[in-house]
Design a protein. Structure first.
Length: 364
């Protein structure tokens, strides 16, 4: 088997490896598909076990962005980038400006944004070297932190899943376990508490847990205990692959719906297990698309009210996914993939491979 036939590449258009000896930057940018537009996707910093793990992560995440944007009805492709290392070592201006030059060299085929372990300040450093970065602060013409929109979209998605499962989207009295209290998780807990849910939280950082315990109807458990609690909804909001061979039998819930990417360690295997057990899974790239929906608004002239209105459509998108899953007796991930691929095929025929982001980025 040749390199380009490797299953992991899964038809990616371009994968770029780069390093900068002076700053210590080691980065990978993966562009999965640009049929609908430039490949927008976040840049995350992570201290991977090895470079192969970093490659697997960026390939899977970039593919997810293609499907996320297509399903959300956005004229964007899918991409992602990872910077290998610890934030304390690599989270500085010199390294991120070097990364900005790398992004700029792609001529708009990839557009960077904030992600795990990156901050608005880091994206401003990237912006010093390229126009192809989104989600900047309002002072720089951007829409700011996308986390509130991702969290709100996840909240809307949980309500949609509740409606499909129980015939009502009220979360009053429901027990919802939130795994991960980063920017998104914190906002989600606030929404759930205000909706009358009983919220169980966990995070590896104790200070975040203590802060959340100040909110009404919030209790906490140790990180590994979150899988064993009695709950109606499991909402993973940290890293991916948390529903795996070791955890899936421990879950005591009727719904899995959270903001994390790549929640299922094995889409086919674990998606089928959840289906057979009658557990409704809200596909990650459908329910967590609020952030990218908000960022997309920058390309049209940003309007916060319009962005929230679009994020509300996540409810209807999930209803369509759930119904197709039920009608065809297929896992919800398969139903979501089919809907996204239909849009890519229909509109992709109308466009050549996207080679410049300048049309969408005329604001810059």
């Amino acid at each position: 088997m040749g390199f380009f036939d490797a299953p992991a590449l899964n038809h990616h258009e371009q994968v770029v490896f780069a390093q900068d000896d002076e700053t210590g930057l080691k980065a990978i940018i993966a562009i999965h598909n640009t049929s609908l537009g430039p490949a927008l996707g976040g840049c995350r910093v992570w201290n991977y076990d090895d470079e192969a793990a970093a490659l697997r992560d960026v390939l899977r995440l970039s593919e997810g962005m293609t499907y996320k944007s297509a399903l959300a009805g956005l004229n964007l492709g899918g991409g992602k980038s990872v910077i290998i290392g610890r934030v304390r070592d690599i989270g500085n201006e010199a390294a991120f400006r070097a990364f900005g030059r790398l992004v700029d060299s792609l001529g708009g085929r990839y557009v960077a944004a904030e992600d795990v372990n990156t901050t608005p300040q880091m994206m401003e450093w990237v912006h010093e070297e390229t126009d192809y970065v989104a989600g900047l602060s309002p002072d720089l013409g951007g829409s700011g932190d996308p986390s509130p929109f991702t969290a709100y979209g996840t909240f809307v998605g949980i309500k949609s899943a509740a409606n499909k499962t129980w015939g009502s989207d009220s979360l009053e009295g429901k027990t919802i376990a939130v795994q991960g209290l980063g920017h998104v998780g914190i906002y989600l807990v606030e929404h759930l508490s205000q909706a009358g849910a009983k919220v169980i939280v966990t995070d590896i950082k104790e200070e975040r847990v203590k802060e959340m315990l100040k909110i009404k109807n919030v209790t906490a458990v140790a990180p590994d205990d979150i899988y064993d609690v009695e709950m109606d909804v499991f909402a993973p909001c940290a890293l991916g692959s948390v529903v795996n061979d070791e955890t899936i039998d421990r879950l005591k819930c009727q719904i899995v719906a959270g903001a994390a990417n790549n929640v299922l360690s094995d889409y086919d295997k674990h998606g089928k297990i959840l289906l057979d057990r009658g557990v409704l899974y809200a596909p990650d790239y459908a329910i967590n698309s609020g952030g990218v929906i908000n960022v997309y608004g920058e390309f049209e002239g940003y309007n916060e009210k319009r962005s929230y209105g679009r994020v509300n459509h996540i409810y209807d998108i999930l209803q369509e996914i759930f119904q197709r899953s039920q009608d065809e007796n297929i896992p919800t991930m398969d139903a979501a993939d089919t809907l996204a691929e239909e849009r890519i095929r229909k509109l992709g025929r109308l466009k050549q491979m996207h080679r410049s982001g300048k049309r969408l980025f005329s604001k810059i």
